[in-house]
Every structure is written in structure tokens, then in C-alpha cells.
Ligand binder design. Structure first.
Ligand code: NAD
Length: 257
């Protein structure tokens, strides 16, 4: 087992990448603290793990709130005795996020509160816990849009993911000699609720698929396997990376027919 005796905290673990990662990490031997604002989804993830014989505990926390982030880390240490892996994964993509002229300040602020401040607050309270455990791994979910611009704009979202990537690099430097690795996971477009609620017609899907060399959307499980590597001791010399798992998008100029 690749995460035997580790304790992992995963935000946004009620759905998508967080859910699949929680299930995979638990199968690899970790105890999981499931964090989400969606209690029903978070509880369901936890009970899937426990009914399969794994260890998991759900706590409701909104990552944009400092008190909630302090509580989720405290919950990890109280319930499982320590924290080894911090996966700051929760994020939103707002329906009214558009170009600079159309995106409202409220949409901008909400996107940054969850996607950027949420990662900072996770680290603010989580990194001291990793230090108390003698070190550990931080994974922050950015996106391929931190690396490429899109003519189907979501300016606040894209900017927020650029901030997550920059933050991850700097955190990696700050903690490089403290046995704490920090990496940004940069997924390509995925077959999860976050994106598919917008790509709700075959035409909209096709507009994106032409840019993906592999010709399909990624699956949350494929991100979970990447997160597993980054979280495990196999990645012991890997820090500060933009770990891209995107079906080839960021290498593309002309894609295959
Ligand atoms: P998802 O919508 O399937 O799941 C996100 C989860 O986060 C949900 O369970 C939601 O309730 C939870 N959440 C939302 N706001 C929260 C908050 N304030 N505090 C705690 N939990 C909160 O999304 P997903 O596709 O699994 O996305 C996970 C991460 O991956 C996000 O950061 C997203 O931006 C990023 N990402 C997604 C894609 C994609 O195409 N789906 C691509 C690149 C990056």
C-alpha cells in the first residue's frame, strides 16, 4: 500500500476529483478527513470508505473561512492523531464568470475567496500540522488554464488558478528544507459536474474536444492517480511542479483529426 499509516485531508471530497482521490487514498491505506460544504456528498464519501473497511471522517468546512479551516485541521489531528497529506482541491467555476467587462466584482470575489484564499487558509492551518508530523505533502488543485488562455472566457476562474500555481511554487520554496513538498496539480477539462454543467450540448462539448489531442475529456479518477503519486513517498524529490494531466492540451499546436 502506497499510503500506509498516512493521514490525508482532502477538501471538496464530496464530488469529482476529491471524491475519487479520497477513495483511492483510502484503498492505499490512508485515513481520510473528508471536507466539503455539501454535507450529503461528504458523508456519502466517508461512508463509502468506512463500509469498504477504510478509515474516514467527514467535517463540514467552507475553505474560504479561516475558522472552518482551523477546525478541519484540528479535526484531522484529534481524530487520526496527525496530518501527513493536505490536498487543497475544493474550487468553484461560477456560471456568471466571463470576460473583464461582464464579470461582476461579486463573482470575482467569490471565486478568489474559495479558489485562492481557500488554498492559502488550508496551508495556513495545515502546514503547521504537517510540521508537527515531521513533514508531508501538499497538493493544490490548479488547472491547465493557469498555463493557457481560452477564448471561452472565465476570467476570474483562470486568474484564480494562476494564483494557485504561483502560490504553490512559492510555498514549495519556503518549505523545501522542512521535509514538506508542495505541488500544483493542473488537470485538463474533466468529465465532472464542475465543467459538464456548462458543456450541456454536443456542440458545446465538441468546441472543447477539438483542442484535446486525446479527443476526450479526462476522468476524475485519472487525477486521483496523479495526486496519489504526488502524495506518496515515491515523489520524494518532486516539489514546486505544475503537474499537468491534460490529455496533451498544453503540448498542442495542431491536434489530430
Ligand atoms: P466538483 O464540482 O465535481 O467538486 C468540487 C467539490 O468542492 C464539491 O463537492 C463542492 O461541494 C466542494 N466545494 C465547493 N466550494 C467549497 C468550499 N467553499 N469549501 C469546501 N468545499 C467546497 O469539481 P471537480 O471537477 O472535482 O473540481 C475539483 C478541483 O479541480 C477544483 O479546484 C477545480 O477548479 C479543479 N479543476 C477542475 C477541472 C474540470 O474540468 N472539472 C479542470 C481543472 C481543474
Amino acid at each position: 500500500m502506497r499510503l500506509k499509516d498516512k493521514v490525508a485531508l482532502i477538501t471538496g471530497a464530496g464530488n469529482g476529483i476529491g471524491l475519487e482521490t479520497a477513495l483511492l487514498f483510502a484503498a492505499e491505506g490512508a485515513a481520510i478527513v473528508i471536507v466539503d460544504v455539501n454535507d450529503r456528498a461528504g458523508e456519502a464519501t466517508a461512508s463509502k470508505i468506512t463500509s469498504a473497511g477504510g478509515r474516514a471522517s467527514f467535517i463540514h468546512a467552507d475553505v474560504s473561512r479561516a475558522a472552518d479551516c482551523e477546525a478541519m485541521v484540528g479535526h484531522a489531528e484529534e481524530t487520526f492523531g496527525k496530518l501527513n497529506i493536505l490536498f487543497n482541491n475544493a474550487g468553484i467555476s461560477h456560471a456568471q464568470d466571463d470576460d473583464a467587462m461582464s464579470t461582476t466584482e461579486d463573482v470575482w470575489d467569490l471565486t478568489f475567496a474559495i479558489n485562492v484564499k481557500g488554498v492559502y487558509l488550508g496551508c495556513k492551518y495545515g502546514i503547521p500540522a504537517l510540521k508537527r508530523a515531521g513533514g508531508g505533502a501538499v497538493i493544490n488543485t490548479a488547472s491547465f488554464v493557469a498555463l493557457l488562455g481560452a477564448a471561452t472566457p472565465q476570467l476570474a476562474y483562470t486568474s484564480s488558478k494562476g494564483a494557485v500555481l504561483a502560490m504553490s511554487r512559492e510555498l514549495a520554496m519556503i518549505h523545501a528544507r522542512e521535509n514538506i513538498r508542495v505541488n500544483a496539480l493542473c488537470p485538463g477539462p474533466l468529465n465532472t459536474e464542475l465543467l459538464m454543467k456548462y458543456l450541456d450540448t454536443p456542440e458545446k462539448k465538441q468546441r472543447r474536444l477539438v483542442h484535446i489531442p486525446m479527443g476526450r475529456f479526462g476522468e476524475a479518477k485519472e487525477m486521483a492517480y496523479a495526486a496519489l503519486y504526488l502524495a506518496s513517498d515515491e515523489a520524494s524529490f518532486v516539489t514546486g511542479t505544475a503537474f499537468t494531466v491534460d490529455g496533451g492540451i498544453t503540448s498542442a499546436y495542431v491536434t489530430p483529426d
